[in-house]
Every structure is written in structure tokens, then in C-alpha cells.
Design a protein around this ligand. Sequence first.
Ligand code: GLC
Length: 485
Amino acid sequence: MFLIFLRNYSQYGFLLNNKFHLYKKRIFAKKWIVILHHLKKFYMNRGGIFFLSLFFLVTNLQGQTSANEAKMQWFRDAKLGIFIHWGIYSVDGVDESWSFYNKKMPYADYMKQLNGFTAKNYDPEAWVELIKESGARYAVITTKHHDGIALWDTKLNNMSTAKLTPARKDVLTPFFQALRNAGLKAGAYFSILDWSHQDYPGFLKDSSRYEIKNDSARWKRYLAFYQAQIKELSVQFNPDLFWFDGDWEHNAGEWQAKKVREMILSRNPEAIINGRLAGYGDYETPEQNFPITRPSLNPWELCMTSNNNWGYHPDDTHYKTPYELITIFADVISNGGNLLFDIGPREDGWIPTEQVHLLKELGKWNRKHAEAVFNTGAGMPPGHYYGASTISKDSSTIYLFVPAHNQGKTVIKGLYNTIRSIKVLGTGQSLQHKIVGKISWSPVPGLVYIDEIPENAADEYMTVLEVKLDGPVKLYKGKGGLAGE
Ligand code: GLC
């Protein structure tokens, strides 16, 4: 019976995509805890050794899940991280790595950019100051992109900014140091695929070096190489977060993803790993595309560029406006995610003015609305409010995000609680509300109509209303039936 149950359970059809493997495992583990608890109760009445072993299994699984949740806490609270794509591609301002892979330029020309990477105006403290000013609590920097050029002084080959560029240095150490001095968490982006490495199979979009099945010794050499580089990163920087990329070219078994995860965690059990380690990560990473339905697999992080490119691209002027960035950010946190917002410095370390402007405007807005943004939880599910919201940790305050210069009243549907007060965050201005359509003999709550936000209290990007309740938020989810169903 047990086996049949297990089989049925695994047919639940959790997202079968490879990337979701680990979430599947984690959700599965959680469900197991519940199932095993029931079994525990059942066997407790009968005594028996079976109970004892089950007990240890339950305790162990619980331990693992809660340890994982504890390690994810800073990440859940952080909401905002800054992504930095810096590499030799910022010399000519071409697509990072993809420009040679997609044959937009010859590999040799791409590599000539090594001669132009100077880092001569690089000021890691100033970078960190800007990151901090934006309100971000962590940063993730490219330690090595798909082109194989390491930004630290790797001992495993000479493909680094320290060995092959006029910068002649490891540019990461001072950045990690500055982040830590500022109390920010430090993340390392690392491409597990390396199109420059002679032992790596992939090279250009229509040509590769070899196939793993024909030369497993060569693939093993590559495995040893890339894993040793990760070890270097672990030892040298002890990143709080490993942001892997490039797993799509091979499967988890080929990458030895489980082993890599264990290697990282054995050095630092607190390290967080993003979801691009062939399913062995801790959170999901949608890229550029905003998820329309709230991702069911928490936590998650949307990574997004400030224009349409990750690295320095002076010809790309399609920058998001501060209004767009802030409304996207509000939407992300309303859905329980983090935003990892990207900047692409030039080869000398200069950050494009538009990007500086975006981070500063976001920072100004974050400082004014910090209470509604950081250390909060996802907002009300769709249907209760037409817009983004968050809920305080104690669950007794709802924050409503209202796009700038919105005319008309703000409405909340299906709220059982009594509202204690409504304030425009950052201004102290109080707003009145009216309950509309509350039928005295029906348990279904009425509609909350909040007064218009006075023009002088409105934020230029997004106004936030702080709605204090009489207790933990309680929402009605029914169909409007008279008896409350
Ligand atoms: C992609 C691209 C890469 C970029 C990354 C950031 O997977 O390969 O160029 O660095 O996404 O998320």
C-alpha cells in the first residue's frame, strides 16, 4: 500500500522540468513530513520499532527543511539585489560572451578586448556606496562569464583579468571586501560552462569540440577544472550566494551538480545557491520575463537588465524609467519575490549615468517606503486589490502600492478585519475610508473604499498606503453567497 501511495504521489506532476528538480524534492520533503507525522501517530498507538525509525526520519527531514528556511531568511527579507556584469565585453560594448558564440564577431576579435580592459577608474567603495544607496541588501558580480575570463587571479589557468589584461589585477577581492565592510551580502555569479576552455565541449553555436560520450576523460578534466575554480571562489571569497549560470548545456549527472552543491555547503552551510545548478539550487530565477502567475515555488528572484543588455552596451538606450523600475519592483515583492537588478560598468569601472540615476531614484523611493518593502511578506493574492501590496511580518498591516497620480479611490475587497488607520507612507497624511455594501446579516465583508490620495501627498513614482488592521489579516475568498460561502 505504501508503495502504491508513493507512486501516486510522485505522479502529482510537479513541474517536471529539470530546473525544478530540487524544489520538487523540497516540496516533496515537506509533504513527507506531514505524511510521516500521520504515520507516526498511527504507530504510536501500537508501539513498535517502526515508529522509532520513522521518528528519526521525520526529525531529520524537519531539521533539513527548517535549516534551509533559516539560511534563506536574509534573502527573503532583502527584496533587492544589484547584479553586475563586468568583463572584457565592456571594452567594445558587445554582448557578453554571446557575441562570439552567436558569431556576431570572430572569437579572436572578441579576445582582443583583453588588451583594453584597464579598470583604471575602478572604485569598488564607490560602487558599493551606490549599491547601498539603492536600498539593495546584496550584490552579485560576474566572477567569470561564459567566455571563460576570470575576474580573480585563478591559479587554474591564465584566463583572467589578472594575467591577460592591462588591469593586471584581481578586481573581485576589493569589491567583496567593500561589500562586507558595508554590511551587504556578497554573491558570486559563475558560469559553469566555459566556451574558451579546451576541454569544454561547446564553443560556437554551430560547432563544438567533442561529445562527452566519445571522450569521457576529456570531460572529466573539464569537471575537475570548473569544480576547482568554484573551490577557489569558496576559499577566497566565501560568497554568501553562488549565482550559477550556463547549466542548460548538460544535465545534473554530467555536471555532478549534487557533488558541487555538497562541496559548497561543506565549506559554508549557510551559502545560498541559485536555481541554475541543474536543479540543485535553493531558489528559482526567472530572467527578464515577469511571471504572470505568482510562482508557487518560493523563494524566487527576477533578474532584470536596466536597458536590454546585461553588460556595458553604449548603443542600447532602451533604459527603463525609474517609474517602470519601481512599479516592476513593487510587483515582484507583492508576489513574494526579490529583484536582482543589473548594471553593466564600462571596462574602466565607470557606471553609465542612466544606471546611476535609476539606482539613486530607486534608493530615494526605498528610503521613503522602507517599512513597506523590506522584511515584509508577499501581498494579498489577486482579486483583493488591483495592484501590488505587501503584508507586515506580524500580518496586521497591509501596504498598498498605488501608481503615481492615480485618480479615484483605492479599493480592497474581501477584508474581514476592521481597519484601525490608513496613512500615506512617508508623509504622515491620514486617509478616511468607507465600507460599501456590507449587509448586516451576512458574514461576507463589504468593500473598502479609501479616499483619494491628495495630490500633495502623492509620490512621484508610487505612493504607498499603510493600512493598519485590528489583528492578523483575514481574507474572504468566497463567491459572494449570502451565507458567506
Ligand atoms: C543568461 C545569459 C547571460 C546572462 C545571464 C544573467 O543566462 O547567458 O549572458 O549573464 O543570463 O541572468
